[in-house]
Design a protein around this ligand. Structure first.
Ligand code: C5P
Length: 226
């Protein structure tokens, strides 16, 4: 079974997808894997930074991508065999990821890879919780359960600020809010694989709701679909 979770940046998709996969595994006795597709685009951006690509020449990043192996396993992201899970979260990588995500040829490679990862899991009798921007619309439009997880920009900015403060870092609320709004615009206006509410998706707005509560809502919907 494939379960998709799409939504904007900062809606808590990664944490929730991981927890949902873990809970479903515990409850059903069948292993549910978790796929963070944003980390795959991030890994390509990291590669571009390391190879000093000219970001204005789309073909450069594209040919690097064709000659690279991206792997996602057990919540970890590998670039040519190297574990880059932490490295892809840096602000430099976040800033450059749009060059991978906005490139149609790179998207096609990622979508093909995501489908083959899913096929492999399903073949081995596993389930999959996959999260991103286009999972329920373009990659797995036939998935039996699709969620669209969102929160207002202000709520997402507030959470991001708290995350920074919890790590002893400073942040400016208005600047964080500006960046979130900018990413929303970029994600929804992309010509290939834009962020959209998938057909038949269950929408959850997580303002003021705990992570556990969101996961419980999802579990109830999944149980009701069976
Ligand atoms: O979710 P995360 O912030 O890690 O994603 C990084 C970037 O990759 C996002 O800004 C988004 O534009 C892009 N992305 C995408 N399609 C996906 C997942 C992420 O275009 N399926």
């Amino acid at each position: 079974m494939i379960i998709t979770i799409d939504g904007p940046a900062g809606a808590g998709k990664s944490t929730i997808a991981r927890l949902l996969a873990q809970t479903l595994s515990e409850q059903s006795g069948k292993t549910f894997e978790y796929l963070d597709t944003g980390s795959m685009y991030r890994a390509i951006a990291l590669l571009g930074l390391r190879r000093h690509v000219d970001w204005n020449i789309a073909g450069q990043l594209e040919s690097l991508t064709k000659n690279t192996t991206i792997n996602v396993n057990n919540g970890k992201t590998f670039l040519d065999g190297e574990d880059v899970t932490e490295l892809v979260r840096s602000p430099e990588v976040t800033e450059k990821t749009r060059f991978a995500a906005d490139n149609p040829a790179i998207r096609l490679i990622m979508v093909t890879l995501q489908r083959s990862i899913a096929e492999q899991f399903v073949r081995c009798g596993k389930g999959l919780v996959t999260e991103g921007r286009d999972q329920g619309t373009a990659v797995f439009p036939d998935a039996p359960i699709k969620f669209f997880l969102t929160a207002t920009p202000k709520e997402r900015a507030k959470r991001r600020l708290k995350e920074l403060q919890d790590c002893g870092k400073q942040g400016d609320f208005n600047e964080i809010l500006r960046r979130i709004t900018e990413r929303d615009l970029r994600d929804t206006s992309r010509t290939v694989g834009p962020l959209r509410i998938p057909e038949n998706a269950i929408q959850i707005v997580s303002d003021g709701i705990t992570i556990e509560n969101v996961v419980n809502q999802m579990l109830q919907k999944i149980a009701a679909e069976k």
